[in-house]
Design a binder for this molecule. Structure first.
Ligand SMILES: [Zn+2]
Length: 68
């Protein structure tokens, strides 16, 4: 039972069955003002209660320079 994952358990329900999801297609996140350069979004979710523990874009470098 000793897996070396980044997240050990769900902070909400304590569940240890974590899964990985991916948002793509219509769920692609786009940098503000730069449509067409979107990135898929990945999630680490609890498979017991559905809580999203982590979410991140696959290509964060696409979002540089979009705020200022
Ligand atoms: Zn949970």
């Amino acid at each position: 039972m000793e897996k070396s994952t980044k997240v050990a358990e769900c902070p909400k329900c304590g569940g240890k069955e974590l899964g990985k999801g991916k948002h793509t297609g219509y769920g692609v996140m786009y940098p503000d003002g730069k449509m067409g350069l979107g990135s898929d979004v990945e999630y680490v979710i609890c498979t017991d209660c559905g809580f999203i523990i982590e979410s991140y874009v696959k290509k964060p470098e696409k979002f540089k320079g979009t705020l200022f």
